[in-house]
Design a protein around this ligand. Sequence first.
Ligand code: LLP
Length: 451
Amino acid sequence: MNQKSPIEAKILSSNASFTEGEFAVAGMKATELAKEFGTPAFIIDEADFDLRANAFRQALENSFGERAGACYYAAKAFISIEIAKWVERAGLSLDVCTGGELEVALAAKFPPERIEFHGNNKSEAEIARAIEVGVGKIVADSEIELERINQIASAKGITQKVLIRVTPGVEAHTHQYIATAHEDVKFGFSIASGAALRAVKIGLLASNLEVGGVHFHIGSQIMGVEGFDLAIERTSAFLKSVKEEAGQELTEMVIGGGFAIAYVAGDESSDAKEVLAHLFGAVKRSAEKAEISMPRVSIEPGRAIVGLTTATLYRVGTVKKVELDNGSRNYVAVDGGMSDNIRTSLYDAEYSVALANRTSSAPLVASRVVGKHCESGDIIVRDCDLPGDLTPGDLLVTPATGAYGRSMASNYNHLPRPPVIAVRDGRARVILRRETHADLLSLEVSQEGQS
Ligand code: LLP
């Protein structure tokens, strides 16, 4: 960290910087952005999105060569019509997990054959829509669902390609992973219990399903590759048992997303090239060991593509010094909160934060960045050091909010959700507008004549 940048480059999008204390993205200064678009606002660095999307797609293609499947962008991390267009132009495919995400993709004219439809409880209407529009693959998550997809496909006279979601008994979060024999999770068919083999057999026998292969996803914000290695090994062994017992070699393996990014100083982001080169080795070794053909491998990164592209700009409203037994803490309240970033309170997630509109030579003081919600757990950054002279009107920036920020935003306390502003080459444009009180009131249904 140098004096000019209060936040290390690895936690910022590639065109973001601090110049004389002022945060800027691709030539647009924080003060200009705040003036034009208001706060809070998500600022997304469009060229950085292209860069990261291409990096993962290319790393998959370069590492796996002819055995490279699709690089699916996981829409749940953040999707909008513009984002779906960016995903399309970067040559990626798209993972959606609800009818709502599917509609955004279709509104963006995303090629349906490059869409993979996930979810553990897809409704009949969602499945029917997905089949009608011609999504490439539906990932089946239960026997009931296999039956449901088959019925709907046969009513339409279509053969639908499906993948079977398996649970390899590996759960990975951040730097830890747990490898258990059985799995107490809602997703997928357990390999260990035999449920996965049964599901494949059901799929193979179904009149209107074509089972292309298997899918697993072991977790999110995974640091290290051990969890992937073990899941790949177990899934390859499973493919061998499918070959032996169901008499069919399944050739596709989707190994999910989950690649970690840096949020705070000690973190490291996954390097697409390194990770995929490693994963290629792991799949190759496991396939050889299991005596199966090398499968075609797809990935589903969400956070690793969009997470670092985006920073949230907030305006400081109040600063309150609270005396503690062992010192004091500045509570810096901004104009957003847990409705635009639930990750701190929900997952104890950590974020970096900095003053974004000016330099300050005031000493740093122990601070906590909080929102404006009526809840003491409404914390954006729990422990940080910020200049002691912060004052109402100052801007703060929290980088790395692109994944699961706007996508998990709520209207708690009737706060309208912030806009998403795309910046590229010194120009900024709204890609998702700010919600208004009128938007929220438009949902109200009130009996006439009553007050
Ligand atoms: N594929 C599947 C089947 C998934 O369930 C997920 C994420 C992904 C891909 C993308 O994972 P990523 O590359 O983004 O880690 N709300 C949580 C994260 C939930 C992730 C759910 N599934 C958070 O804010 O940390």
